[in-house]
Design a protein around this ligand. Structure first.
Ligand SMILES: Nc1ncnc2c1ncn2[C@@H]1O[C@H](COP(=O)(O)OP(=O)(O)OP(=O)(O)O)[C@@H](O)[C@H]1O
Ligand SMILES: [Mg+2]
Length: 373
């Protein structure tokens, strides 16, 4: 690694909003960024210093990025691991290591690994033995695509490579963002409340601090730290958790990268998950994760029928709300439920942020202006 961050080149595989927000966080520290991404229109590309055109399985583009970069990281987990292994073998530095990605990409392998490490998870089933039961695709799922609850033996099942999990009775969903640096330092953020929108099948709203008792929050943090240690990742790792109606804390899944549930750390914590990720993969000291203010984050999604060029009829009204912080991802086309941006609402007490968020959630939906010209 170079003497100072101001000379360090960070490679990011994937050009979406997570990469974009990494760049926004890393520029003040002086980092240079290269991005592998298929389209010039992708959210991270216009902010990057170098664009390496290529898809997530383009071994040539990935090889060039890794060679250009001092350290290469990811903003998405659906990357061809063989390309990463080859780039590492050619002398590149990757954080986290390709093995971590390989483990995470296969949800069944991930779950079995956690189970063996003694991390509490919903029971994995070889075949449904009672209903309801949850069926999940092993590879490539996101935003709830690839997860179904089967209520009876006759229900439609997902095709392809899948597995089954015991359907647990969820009281609430939490997320814990953990950072582990290449120097072996680790830190854990305050616990986040996650709300899941069944219509959009997407995590629609998060809030910090989670409205749980201190003892439960500490248990969630300790389960998350153990889960992250079990997969030996570096950088930010997000751990999605269920609190069951029996007050058990179970790991749902792990993402080895900055995560939607951590967006509110930009305003609410001393060091954002994006800056922390960069510090961690560049081998710099981790920053403080102290909570600065309560906050609520809402995803700005495309409306149910939105297509074409996005427009935000609510922008003026939104920016007049107290404590509002708007983040748009610069996507050139909107689709139903596509994540177009997010808004974080801060307030001195969480109840006040919740009240503003309830109001904003009624109108902050991204529309489309028909087909793109
Ligand atoms: N075993 C389970 N029992 C009950 N509900 C579950 C179970 N597994 C998943 N769910 C529900 O389905 C949601 C999506 O599951 P999961 O996180 O595995 O999918 P995903 O496609 O990775 O979603 P995302 O990208 O939004 O995280 C969970 O947030 C939870 O509400
Ligand atoms: Mg999930």
């Amino acid at each position: 690694m170079r003497e100072s961050a101001a000379e360090t080149r960070i490679g990011i595989i994937g050009g979406g909003q997570l990469g974009r927000m990494m760049i926004l966080a890393g520029k003040p520290l002086g980092f240079h960024f290269g991005v592998v991404s298929a389209s010039r229109d992708d959210p991270a590309v216009s902010l990057a210093d170098r664009w390496f055109p290529g898809a997530l399985d383009d071994a040539h583009a990935i090889g060039e990025l890794v060679e250009w970069s001092d350290v290469t990281t990811y903003e998405i987990e659906h990357i061809d691991v063989r390309a990463l292994v080859a780039a590492e073998a050619a002398g590149g530095a990757l954080a986290p290591r390709p093995e971590v990605l390989e483990l995470i990409q296969d949800k069944l392998k991930q779950k079995r690994h956690l189970e063996r490490a003694g991390i509490p998870i919903p029971a994995i089933l070889d075949a449904p033995d009672s209903y309801p039961v949850v069926q999940k695709i092993r590879f490539g799922g996101y935003d709830g695509r690839g997860v179904v609850v089967l209520r009876a033996d006759t229900d439609d099942r997902l095709p392809g490579a899948t597995y089954y999990e015991r359907c647990v009775e969820i009281d609430r969903e939490l997320a814990v963002i953990v950072a582990r640096s290449t120097r072996g330092e680790s830190s854990v953020y305050p616990v986040v409340d996650m709300e899941f929108d069944p219509a959009a099948s997407i995590c629609s709203r998060t809030a910090i601090p989670a409205s749980v008792a201190d003892a439960l929050a500490e248990r969630a943090q300790s389960v998350a730290l153990n889960a992250v240690a079990a997969i030996d990742a570096t950088g930010i790792v997000a751990v999605e958790l269920f609190v069951t109606t029996d007050c058990e804390v179970l790991v749902n899944e792990i993402a080895p990268r900055p995560h939607n549930s951590g967006h509110l750390t930009i305003e609410c914590c001393e060091t954002s998950q994006f800056e922390q990720h960069l510090r961690a993969v560049a081998g710099l000291p981790l920053g403080s994760v102290r909570l600065l203010t309560p906050g609520v984050m809402l995803n700005l999604l495309g409306s149910a029928g939105a297509v074409g060029t996005p427009f935000l009829p609510f922008q003026t009204e939104l920016l007049a709300e107290p404590g509002v912080h708007l983040h748009l991802y610069g996507k050139s086309a909107v689709r139903p439920y596509r994540k177009m941006g997010h808004v974080t609402i801060t307030a001195a007490v969480r109840d006040d942020a919740d009240r503003v968020a309830d109001r904003v959630a009624q109108y902050a939906v991204v529309e489309g202006r028909g087909e793109r010209e």
